[in-house]
Design a protein around this ligand. Structure first.
Ligand code: PGA
Length: 236
């Protein structure tokens, strides 16, 4: 795990942008993407650059069950707004929050991932250690699943909604097994609220209780964190 500590999320976005740029230069064609406040500075850097993704495919980690792609709270909407409307990809996939047949939707997404092996996967991390929406206890070899969000995730995400009751209770999420298949993984985390979980992810035992701890076993992981998120690490 290569750990890069930056001053703040703006600086982190620049570092993350460089990882994208390098991957593209080396021929990466499939990018696994993430939502949440964490990747916003990265997407802003990409949008203001001349990088060209028109020959690339993106596959997002997750989507809320029950939300249409044009719902401002959906992750499809977030991605359009922050990235795709400005920097189009050849194809951009997210789970379909309105899929009528859930089982088929999970299979469809797994097939997409299989047909488009991910070169670079971008991740945030939840305060409980989730990656994608793979909450504590998730299977390290799991594929795409419908996940019941934990109360702590619902509370953490309520800031994007008018109130907590409006936060969907379920999401479709790429599984940890699929995330671990990515050739390279880039995880970003900013702020004091992430310090404890970053310490566990880096130094703690590899355990499903801390889903992100599995990244210790991946051969090519870059972690970009600000000083606040790094504050409990003993870095020289
Ligand atoms: P955040 O969410 O970027 O909004 O902090 C990260 C996550 O829950 O994975």
């Amino acid at each position: 795990m290569k750990i890069i500590v930056v001053k703040d999320s703006a600086a982190g976005g620049k570092e993350a942008f460089n990882v994208f740029k390098e991957a593209l230069k080396k021929g990466a064609k499939v990018f696994g993407l993430a939502t949440g406040s964490t990747p916003e500075t990265t997407y802003a850097q990409i949008v203001s650059s001349d990088l060209d993704f028109s020959d690339c495919t993106s596959i997002n980690l997750d989507e809320y069950v029950g939300l249409a792609g044009d719902d401002p709270q959906s992750y499809r909407y977030f991605m359009n707004k922050h990235l795709f409307n400005h920097k189009p990809f050849k194809a951009s996939y997210l789970p379909d929050g309105l899929a009528v047949d859930e089982v088929k939707e999970l299979a469809r997404y797994d097939q997409l991932i299989e047909e488009n092996p991910i070169d670079l996967q971008l991740l945030g991390i939840g305060q409980n250690g989730h990656i994608g929406f793979n909450e504590p206890g998730s299977d390290f070899t799991g594929k795409t699943q419908k996940i019941r969000l934990t109360n702590s995730t619902i509370e953490a995400n309520a800031r994007f909604f008018e109130n907590e009751d409006q936060v969907p209770k379920y999401a479709y999420s790429m599984g940890i097994g699929s995330i671990m298949q990515a050739k390279q993984i880039l995880l970003e985390a900013y702020g004091q609220t992430k310090a404890q979980i970053i310490e566990k992810m880096v130094n703690g035992p590899v355990t499903p209780d801390v889903p992100a701890s599995i990244l210790q076993t991946h051969p090519n992981v870059v972690v970009i964190i600000d000083e606040a998120a790094a504050s409990l690490l003993n870095l020289k």
